[in-house]
Design a protein around this ligand. Structure first.
Ligand SMILES: NC(=O)c1ccc[n+]([C@@H]2O[C@H](COP(=O)([O-])OP(=O)(O)OC[C@H]3O[C@@H](n4cnc5c(N)ncnc54)[C@H](OP(=O)(O)O)[C@@H]3O)[C@@H](O)[C@H]2O)c1
Length: 308
């Protein structure tokens, strides 16, 4: 059997944890999970773990030389739009500059780079988008992620993939960030009223489906850009309503508001979301529906209503 030595960065994040868990199930992968923390936040003894800050060029070099990966999946990012606006320097260092470093080290050891990117590289004027659409980000997070993509394209790497995704929901151990579905669920369970935008449209993505898609992409050794998200094009308000419905929570607590309701809000693209035909055709990518994804997550976090 041909082993893939896969190095995962940002492995303590939402996607990183799911991906490490997914890859660890297959004997064809020898996985080294890396993240900034001294130890992994997830429980999975079947992979290696090493602390790694992707902005530390020396440490990245040492880790690549020691492990000699043949695939690197870059899940490390400053993934919060607000954090990127508040600390532009850190955002750029992680989302753009560090990608150059990773691509350079991939060239040195002859590894493929699979880099994670976002629907926020688009302006949201005419989504859903396929892989041929022209990026034109409207905020700093989007600009930094597009710069990361460009670093991959310009790196001279023989083999690379950019996987863009959209509004990822799911759970993990000690996550440093929440996500829309967890936030809606927790707020409604506490009986809190929440305001949710009804003019932003996405194709929400269950993290386990995304992890499966990335595993397929590694398995089939595919290069180029792939849009991997859910299939349904829905407003953020619709997502919140569906969460309430599937988990049996009070949907009257969800108040629809337009994006401009929040005066100091950072601009976000209105209609993004993806056409995923390429991934479906070439990778056999087959994400769950939103309701199925929510039910699967509901079993993980134990919020499904009991039926009489
Ligand atoms: N979540 C979404 O809705 C979404 C949508 C579209 C695209 N994406 C993209 O998908 C990818 C994965 O995102 P995610 O949802 O898993 O986000 P996440 O949960 O925030 O994970 C990102 C991880 O990167 C880590 N990180 C930050 N700076 C680092 C550094 N200098 N060195 C090493 N690790 C570092 C973070 O660690 P700390 O926790 O210690 O900060 C965090 O664990 C990202 O490229 C993101 O842009 C996500």
């Amino acid at each position: 059997m041909l082993y893939n030595r896969v190095l995962v960065t940002g492995a303590n994040g939402l996607l990183g944890q799911a991906l490490v868990r997914r890859l660890s199930r297959f004997p064809e992968y020898d996985v080294l999970a890396t993240a900034r923390d001294d130890s992994p936040r997830f429980e999975d003894a079947s992979c290696g773990y090493a602390p790694l800050d992707v902005t530390d060029g020396e440490a990245v070099h040492r880790t690549f030389q020691d492990f000699t990966p043949n695939v690197v999946v870059n899940c490390a990012a400053v993934s919060s739009v607000t954090d990127c606006a508040d600390d532009r320097e850190r955002c750029w260092t992680v989302n753009a500059a560090a990608v150059e470093t990773l691509a350079h080290e991939c060239r040195q050891v002859g590894a493929r780079l699979v880099h994670l990117s976002t629907d926020f590289v688009f302006d949201g004027e005419d989504g859903p988008y396929d892989e041929s659409a022209r990026p034109d980000p409207v905020n700093y997070y989007g600009r930094s992620k597009l710069a990361g993509e460009n670093a991959v394209r310009a790196s001279g790497l023989g083999s690379w993939a950019i996987v863009r995704t959209v509004l990822v929901y799911g759970t993990g151990r000690d996550l440093s960030r929440s996500n829309l579905v967890l936030w809606v669920t927790e707020s409604l369970r506490r009986g809190e009223t929440i305001q949710v935008v009804d003019d932003q449209y996405r194709t929400p993505t269950y993290v386990l489906d995304l992890a499966t898609g990335i595993e397929r992409l590694i398995h089939f050794e595919k290069d180029g850009v792939y849009h991997l998200s859910g299939r349904e094009f829905v407003s953020v308000y619709d997502i919140a309503q569906t969460v309430a419905d599937v988990y049996g929570l009070d949907d009257s607590l969800i108040e629809p508001v337009p994006s401009n309701h929040f005066e100091d809000a950072i601009e976000r693209p209105l209609r993004t979301g993806f056409i995923i035909l390429k991934g479906e055709t070439e990778l056999g990518y087959s994400p769950r529906s939103l309701r199925e994804g929510l039910r699967a997550l509901g079993r993980e976090i134990d919020v499904l209503p009991t039926t009489g």
